[in-house]
Ligand binder design. Structure first.
Ligand code: HEC
Ligand code: HEC
Length: 318
């Protein structure tokens, strides 16, 4: 030990104690950070919403969820400041109060902020690695924003046009052709078009537009709030069209791509989670799957929704 080090060490101890006391002291200096009510939450396809919630909501919503390490001053001061500032420029909890054009502009700006590496703030992702936005996340967001920018979600008239096309095909052909049957024995149900659309937004990911329909039993269950589990007799159809851009660059439904069914019958379909699964592809309604085991693929992907009886689409309750 050198002679010079000793006085230094003598200083170090009280300095450390002082710092420690100061550290405890500053914990009492806490600018308030509250979560005001959510008045009009951001609505988007599940994939988009999940990314934004995970990566942006702590600073850009009224659902800030601080971890313990965020609550320790002086980090807390910085975090509280970020949240206040973040909410001012962009707040997903008051999203519905923005006119549609502003919503698009904010989303567009968001994607650009992410691409520029400015958002989410890097100080934040250091401590919250789960908030990092991957290249794949960016692709999902970009595609969503691009679809909004090109045109409003296809309106009923356009959907009907695609439907008319398809109905025409149906009346010409199904009369003479046998009804196609999936490898697990479920037959194509032409009736789905008379069911009610229950998905709230058209979905624009993967270059397709999708609409989910529910039959009368489904609609009644929604009204009566008996959807966990859905009653036997419930039927869903998810229909996908190719997404087409017209001459003006407007996105519109193009060729019919496929229809998928989930038919509830606890006894009959006990082996497949109580649902009968079927998919018919293209306007030729080609049954999907080599054998009855194709349903494992459906179930695997729907598994995260097991607490919602394997159904993704959460109906808006009347
Ligand atoms: C740790 C807090 C934090 C997180 C997480 C965060 N931001 Fe921000 N954001 C801010 C702050 C602070 C500002 C304002 C100052 C600035 O631009 O640096 C801001 C500004 C913005 C703006 C400009 C708003 C305007 O018009 O004034 C956009 C857009 C934005 N953020 C998008 C996002 C998106 C998208 C995410 C998620 C991928 C995100 N931010 C995540 C803190 C955050
Ligand atoms: C890659 C994952 C994935 C696979 C595989 C999958 N689905 Fe889905 N399915 C979804 C998602 C996500 C939704 C929610 C609507 C949307 O985002 O398009 C959905 C919705 C549905 C719906 C509307 C009811 C609901 O849950 O919202 C039906 C019907 C459906 N799928 C049938 C099937 C059938 C039949 C198969 C197998 C042939 C299948 N799905 C395979 C992901 C998948």
């Amino acid at each position: 030990m050198s002679a010079a080090a000793t006085p230094f060490r003598r200083l170090l101890l009280p300095a450390g104690a002082l710092l420690g006391a100061a550290f405890v002291g500053i914990q009492f200096i806490r600018p308030p950070l509250e979560n005001p009510p959510v008045t009009g939450d951001f609505q988007a396809p599940v994939a988009v919403k999940n990314i934004v919630q995970r990566a942006c909501y702590d600073c850009h919503s009224n659902q800030t969820d601080l971890r313990w390490f965020d609550k320790v001053a002086p980090v807390y001061w910085q975090v509280a400041g970020h949240v206040k500032e973040g909410r001012t420029g962009l707040n997903f909890s008051t999203w519905q109060s923005l006119p549609p054009a502003d919503q698009k502009a904010k989303l567009w700006e968001s994607v650009n902020q992410i691409l520029a590496g400015a958002m989410p703030l890097s100080e934040y992702t250091l401590a919250h690695p789960e908030a990092k936005v991957s290249a794949q996340d960016v692709a999902v967001l970009k595609q969503y924003v691009a679809s909004l920018a090109k045109s409003p979600p296809a309106d009923t008239a356009k959907l009907n046009a695609a439907d008319r096309q398809y109905r025409h095909w149906q009346s010409n052909k199904t009369a003479s052709t046998a009804v196609p049957v999936a490898p697990n024995g479920i037959a194509y149900l032409p009736d789905y078009k008379n069911w009610q659309a229950i998905s709230t937004t058209e979905r624009f990911d993967n270059g397709t537009m999708r609409v989910v329909f529910g039959n009368n039993v489904a609609m009644q269950a929604i009204r009566e709030k008996r959807i966990k589990p859905w009653p036997s007799g419930t039927a869903f159809a998810k229909v996908a069209w190719d997404q087409l851009a017209d001459a003006q660059g407007n996105v519109r439904p193009g060729a019919f791509k496929q229809v998928e069914y989930m038919l509830k019958d606890d006894r009959k379909y006990a082996a497949t989670k109580g649902w009968g699964w079927a998919r018919f592809k293209t306007d030729k309604l080609v049954p999907y799957g080599k054998d009855a085991l194709f349903t494992t693929e459906c179930i695997r992907c729907h598994q995260p929704q097991q607490h919602n009886d394997f159904v993704f689409t959460q109906p808006l309750r009347p």
